[in-house]
Design a protein around this ligand. Structure first.
Ligand SMILES: [Zn+2]
Length: 131
């Protein structure tokens, strides 16, 4: 699903959840506010980055993590990034992209419609499984 399709699907499956675009301060891509059940996504980003930020904030939403002050604890954040990478990356597509681009993360990210950060988080998960 792309970002627009995800936004549309959310109207249907999670009508109580508010998702809005905003100008977020600093390097924030997205936040989830538990009190108002609202996800805010920075509107200046590319659609690929918005897609990753939305999935990331939806993982926080599902766990009831409030990130409206811009910083969840590092343990919560690590869990969220792992789950986000697992949701966004298809194992078979990842394997194909890795072979096709010789593991080069920017090209793989562009092929898989995710950010380099998500590729790195996924790699981290794989390395933990192997070691
Ligand atoms: Zn987070």
């Amino acid at each position: 699903m792309n970002y627009g399709q995800m936004r549309m699907a959310l109207y249907r499956v999670a009508p109580d959840l508010q998702v809005s675009s905003a100008l977020l301060p600093g390097k924030l891509d997205g936040i989830y506010c538990l009190a108002t059940n609202t996800v805010l996504i920075d509107r200046r980003m590319t659609y690929v980055r918005k897609r990753c930020a939305l999935v990331h904030e939806l993982v926080h939403w599902r766990h009831g993590d409030d990130t409206s002050d811009g910083c969840a604890g590092s343990k919560i954040e690590r869990r969220c990034r792992r789950e986000t990478a697992m949701l966004l990356i298809n194992t078979a597509a990842y394997a194909v992209a890795e072979r096709m681009y010789d593991g080069e993360p920017h090209q793989m990210a562009s092929e898989l419609n995710v950010t380099v950060q998500v590729i790195e988080d996924y790699r981290q998960i794989l390395s933990e499984i192997i070691h």
